[in-house]
Ligand binder design. Structure first.
Ligand code: PMP
Length: 357
C-alpha cells in the first residue's frame, strides 16, 4: 500500500476472481463460463464494429436497450446496460444502500456482495442459509434493509420460486430487493415480469454465462423506471460510456441469435444432469442446482484436496475456504466430453484414496 492510499479503502479486502491461469491448457470448470463460443454472427458483428473504434459508443445504448426491451417485454426506460452485471450490482449498492439503509444478503452467496458493501462503506448483515443451504424467505421479511439475493444462488445453485420472491418483495415495500439472475437461464424462473407489480424490485442479468460473452463484459438491470433513473445518475457520474462499441454490437447480435443460446442452455442442463447422476453414483452429496454449475462434497475426500488433485491433473474447479462450505466444490458444467473426462479422473482419484486408507 502506498502512503497516499485513502484511509477510506485502506482496510478493503478486494474480491478474488477465479483463477485464470495462462500457463497450461486446463479444462476450466472454475468460473462458470460457457464452454461454447459465441454465435458466429456475434463475432462478425464485433469485427464490423471494430472499424468504428475511433468514435465513442452511444452512452444511452439505444439499439441494444430496444432489443433487450423487446426480448423481455419491458419498456426501454426499465433497463440499464452495464459493464458486466458486477457493475449494475455495484451501482445498486451505491444507489440504494447507505449507513441508514444497510444491505442484507445470505451468508453463503456471491462473494462480491460484501466487497461492494465495504467499498461503499455500507454496513451489511449476512443472513444464514438453512442447514440444507436453502433460503427461508421469512428470514427476509420486514428487514428494513436493501436485500440482495442471487437466484439461483451461488455457489449452491439452489433456486427460489417466484411465489417465494413475491413474499419477500411484498414484505419489504419500503426497501429495494435486488434479484441477481446471473444463472437464471439454466433452469430457474426469471422474476422480470414482477417488475410491473413491485416498484421495489431490481432484477440483474448478464450476457457472461448463457450467452457465452464473459469476455465482452455485458450485464443489465431491469426494474421500475424510477430505480433505473437512479442507477443512471450513478452511471453518468462514473462512466457514461460503460458499454464499448464492440460489446454493444455483440449484444445486439447475440439477442438476434436467441435460438442458439436456448439450445446451448438445454445442452448445459443435460450435461448437468449427466454429471450430477455420475457424481451421486460415486458417493457425492449435491445440492439441487439449477445453474451451469454443481455444488458437490464427498465424504472420503476434502474439498481442498479434491480441488488440488484435479488441478494437478489439468482440471480447474472452484473451492471456497469458508467454514460452512469448505467440504464442497463448485464445478462448472462444460461439454459432455469434458464432464465425462472429469468423472473418469474423479473415479480414479477416489480409487487411489480408498487404496491408501
Ligand atoms: N452474480 C453472480 C451470482 C455471479 O456469480 C457473477 C459472476 N462472477 C456475477 C453476478 C457477475 O458476472 P458478470 O459481471 O460477468 O456479469
Amino acid at each position: 500500500m502506498s502512503r497516499f492510499f485513502s484511509d477510506r479503502y485502506a482496510r478493503l479486502t478486494p474480491y478474488t476472481p477465479g483463477e485464470q491461469p495462462q500457463d497450461m491448457q486446463y479444462i476450466k470448470l472454475n468460473t462458470n463460463e460457457s464452454p461454447f463460443p459465441p454465435p458466429a454472427a456475434v463475432c462478425s458483428a464485433v469485427e464490423e464494429a471494430a472499424k468504428s473504434l475511433q468514435l465513442y459508443p452511444d452512452p444511452d445504448c439505444k439499439k441494444l436497450t430496444a432489443a433487450l426491451a423487446e426480448q423481455y417485454q419491458v419498456d426501454p426506460k426499465e433497463i440499464l446496460l452495464t459493464n458486466g452485471s458486477d457493475e449494475v450490482l455495484n451501482f445498486a449498492f451505491m444507489a440504494f444502500c447507505s449507513r441508514a439503509c444497510p444491505a442484507a444478503f445470505p451468508d453463503i452467496t456471491y462473494g462480491f456482495y460484501p466487497v461492494f458493501a465495504a467499498l461503499n462503506q455500507i454496513p451489511y448483515t449476512e443472513i444464514p442459509l438453512k442447514d440444507d443451504f436453502t433460503i427461508d424467505p421469512a428470514d427476509y421479511f420486514g428487514l428494513r434493509k436493501t436485500i440482495f439475493i442471487a437466484n439461483p444462488n451461488a455457489p449452491t445453485g439452489i433456486a427460489l420460486g417466484l411465489e417465494q420472491i413475491e413474499q419477500i418483495l411484498s414484505a419489504n415495500p419500503g426497501n429495494v430487493v435486488v434479484i441477481d439472475e446471473a444463472y437464471v437461464d439454466f433452469g430457474a424462473e426469471s422474476c422480470i415480469p414482477l417488475i410491473h407489480k413491485y416498484d421495489n424490485l431490481l432484477v440483474t442479468q448478464t450476457f457472461s454465462k448463457s450467452r457465452s460473452m464473459a469476455g465482452a463484459r455485458l450485464g443489465f438491470g431491469i426494474g421500475h423506471p424510477a430505480l433505473i433513473e437512479d442507477l443512471n445518475t450513478i452511471k453518468y457520474s462514473t462512466n457514461p460510456y460503460n458499454i464499448n462499441r464492440t460489446t454493444m454490437a455483440a449484444g445486439i447480435a447475440s439477442l438476434a441469435a436467441q435460438a442458439e443460446t436456448d439450445a446451448n442452455c438445454r445442452t448445459i442442463a443435460q450435461n448437468r444432469q449427466y454429471a450430477a447422476e455420475a457424481l451421486k453414483e460415486l458417493g457425492f452429496t449435491l445440492t439441487d442446482a439449477k445453474s451451469n454449475f454443481l455444488f458437490a462434497a464427498h465424504p472420503a475426500i476434502g474439498g481442498k484436496t479434491l480441488y488440488q488433485k484435479l488441478k494437478d491433473r489439468g482440471i480447474l474447479i472452484r473451492h471456497f475456504e469458508l467454514p460452512r462450505i469448505r467440504d464442497y466444490n463448485r464445478i462448472t458444467i462444460g461439454t459432455l466430453p469434458q464432464m465425462q473426462h472429469l468423472i473418469r479422473v474423479i473415479r480414479d482419484l477416489l480409487e487411489e484414496t480408498h487404496e491408501n486408507i
